[in-house]
Design a protein around this ligand. Sequence first.
Ligand code: HEC
Ligand code: HEC
Length: 477
Amino acid sequence: MHGLLSCPAWARATIQLLAVVGASSACSASLSPPSGTTDTTDAGDPEPVLTDAGWAALQALSPMPLPGAPPDVTNAYADSGAAAAFGQKLFFDPSFSGPLLDADNNGGPGTLGTSGQTGRVACAGCHLPTSGFSDTRSFQMQISLGAGWGRRRAPSLLDVGQAKLVMWDGKHDALYNQPFGPLETVVEMNSSRLFMAEQIYSNSEYRADYEAVFGSIPDLADTTQFPALSATLTGCQPMNPSSPPPTCDGTFHGYPGDGAEYDSMTPENQTAVTRVVVNAGKAIGAFERLLTCGSTPFDAWMHGGAPVSPAAQRGAALFVGAAGCSSCHSGPFMSDQQFHNVGLQPGLVQQNFIDSNDQGGATGIAAAIASPLNSLSAFSDGNDGRLPSAVTPAMNGAFRTPILRCVALRPTFMHTGQFGTLANVVAFFNAGGSMSGYPGTKEIHPLGLSSLDQSDLVAFLQTLTGPGAEPQYLQAP
Ligand code: HEC
Ligand code: HEC
């Protein structure tokens, strides 16, 4: 720790004094200063100035080695290789999905098929492995077209294992229960837990994989106990299939409240079906924990490797200094994993949608608290107190601070996907958010940054891109 304190002053000095030749031996390898930074001193590219405190704050964003996903007490299989391998298969498999609906599903690029087709939507359909598990497929790369149009941007899944409450609004409090969201949402996979459980049972490879990890699977072929669902019947039949709303407004089949196949089963069999999909979720969660952004040019600079550009160094100093970014984007993954209201007035996306009055955490956390699948339920293997006990007023209009590692790989930004560039995002923060047009009370204020400061912050954000997930995770195993 004292080494950390003595080196930064020295490092700062070398940034300010040009061409301190041979000085790098004075500092430990992990704290080598950015020697050979630059030889330009004109007004357009001023020398970066890092204070001791700034350097220490940056070091806190870059521990060596980067921590892996913390233990997940909700999932006893979180670190099982066999579970992750099974989860990887499920992640890439579209066969659990029901009918495509929206008329925009015309089979063209950016769609997953033609309206009416079934078995087209996999997790990987919106979380594209080759795009940092973001959705670069959908038109304008803002919101996603599955069976229909969602209203929020698909987050990258790199480093998602660092989060306990997931989704922009914290609607799911564990990776194991998150898949119920896309599976049973009309505009995503438009399917159901009963259908997915039956598909796992009827696929002999999956059944063997499942039983090897989780033990015996119920006899889902016994239709006297488990009504058979087809791919065309599973999920929702909305009032207007060619333009379905995000929440089912018609009849549905295969999940609680259907007044049909699911509800007709005994409570024990309902639980048995739900548990099969919970276990599938634990397998998917084990896979997701393996997805990381990895070590970045920023980390290399922090630990004695090549310095990042002077612009990025100035941006780094601003990020932990005058711009105050690290008050929320803190820790090794640059997220406090808390919910904040940054006062974003939703913009027009996809030429059609404005997601007005999204209350974010206020509705998301309420849904997580009410969920029978949450980390307090019998489906969880443990409880580490991650789920807030109540919704607070500050959660209104608040969204989870995104991880910023690999941020430059994302096609668009914010939960709406309304900003196309990092420069737009920085300008938004510099303005102190929107004047109005969002629920709740915003926490941020105008920053008064110059245009150079703003482009420096962008240059810094661009040094946060690592190699991304290992190649073996980019496709079905
Ligand atoms: C139709 C597109 C689509 C499909 C299919 C889809 N997702 Fe997503 N995913 C999204 C969107 C959009 C969000 C953010 C939604 C929100 O926050 O309300 C999201 C959020 C997530 C998150 C939370 C990430 C975070 O940082 O909070 C995880 C994990 C995730 N998806 C995993 C999956 C898995 C596993 C599947 C398959 C079972 C899947 N997704 C299928 C679009 C999709
Ligand atoms: C008060 C907490 C807070 C502060 C301060 C803050 N952010 Fe954020 N940041 C957030 C939240 C919350 C979001 C997501 C908001 C949304 O989608 O509605 C976000 C989104 C972002 C995004 C978009 C990421 C994505 O995946 O869409 C970037 C980039 C970003 N912030 C960078 C910065 C920079 C640079 C600063 C400093 C100038 C900063 N943030 C200051 C909380 C904060």
